[in-house]
Design a protein around this ligand. Structure first.
Ligand SMILES: [Zn+2]
Length: 329
């Protein structure tokens, strides 16, 4: 009854299926947990099972293949997918109420009767990107969804989802994948054994580095932060940390990634100091050398947490990164 191509989260998936079959699935579910661990895939699996020719989410039939197509269409026979768009990456009112997405917008789509044996699933990806107006328009429908309609909201930043939406949804908290589950996905996407240790250490049970570019960037950032901690100069070491202006990803999101890499590095150095094995094992030798340097780790940790909290207000990355780098030596 489960798609063998989806890794992990077995207990949650079993529970969801059980409640679905018992007719006890609430109108709105909020899937939370770290970025890139397959929350969206689990949400899709529920709709996939209904269109599967075997009704099992076999993963192979033509019905299932619809759900594995890349790119995934905005609309499938029993599912409508809402995702942030544009440079600002927001879910705007037009998608919810008007007709630029599907005729009549989400609310109308939700009110059409489902096909026999199906629900009408509405998947809202990155639900923290719903802007205030969209969220407010959605609220009433979330409260009393039309019969047969189910909302699946997915987010790695639940604290940024409007409180009134959160309170109407039942929260399902996902944990990271086991490292071997994450690697199973990676190797099915063509990753080779040679990268396995570094990929697993950096990915920490997520699939955020499935793309070669993303992995290389994270690795270069880790390298850059280590150089800076070893006393390297900011202008020569910082290049991989600076946000790219033309990238598809917003600059403060890029900055967040660079800072998160540093947070893990600093945490790992602290771990080594307390006599434990580092989590970033492939870099263990360098971490051990960093651990014996006379450095107060609390200052950079506080600074990083502060910066991560205030990223939305940070217009430019370089001064911030420079400040953080200074706290490392
Ligand atoms: Zn199937």
């Amino acid at each position: 009854m489960f798609d063998p191509r989806i890794q992990g989260h077995q207990a949650i998936r079993a529970k969801l299926l059980e409640r679905l079959q018992a007719g006890k699935l609430p109108g709105t579910l909020l899937f939370t947990g770290p970025e890139g661990i397959g929350k969206r895939r689990v949400a899709l699996e529920m709709a996939q099972r209904e269109l599967c020719f075997r009704r099992t989410a076999c993963g192979d039939c033509e019905g299932c293949q619809l759900f594995h197509s890349d790119p995934l269409p905005i609309e499938l026979p029993n599912l409508l997918r809402i995702a942030p768009e544009g440079k600002a990456g927001l879910i705007k009112v037009g998608m919810i109420r008007e007709d630029d997405l599907v005729e009549g917008g989400v609310i109308n789509w939700a009110s059409l009767s489902p096909a026999l044996g199906c629900h009408r699933w509405i998947l809202i990806e990155d639900a923290h990107r719903l802007n205030g107006a969209s969220a407010n328009i959605l609220l009433k429908t979330l409260e009393e969804p039309p019969p047969g309609t189910r909302f699946l909201l997915v987010t790695h930043r639940p604290e940024a989802v409007l409180q009134t939406i959160r309170s109407r949804a039942q929260r399902i908290a996902f944990a990271p994948l086991a490292p071997k589950e994450a690697w199973a996905v990676a190797s099915s996407k063509g990753w080779h054994e040679g990268s396995k240790q570094r990929w697993m250490a950096l990915s920490e049970g997520t699939l955020r580095y499935l793309e070669e570019d993303a992995f290389q960037r994270a690795q270069a950032q880790l390298e850059a932060w280590m150089l800076l901690m070893e006393g390297g100069s900011f202008p020569s070491a910082s290049e991989p940390l600076l946000p790219e202006k033309d990238a598809e990803k917003a600059q403060n999101e890029q900055l967040r990634e660079a800072l998160e890499v540093l947070l893990r590095l600093v945490t790992d150095v602290a771990r080594v100091r307390s006599g434990k094995e580092p989590a970033l094992t492939p870099w263990a030798d360098r971490l051990r050398k960093l651990a014996v340097r006379p450095l107060d780790l609390r200052a950079p940790q506080d600074l990083i947490h502060d910066a991560l909290r205030n990223l939305a207000r940070n217009p430019s990355g370089e001064p911030l990164l420079r400040e953080v780098a200074l706290s490392l030596v």
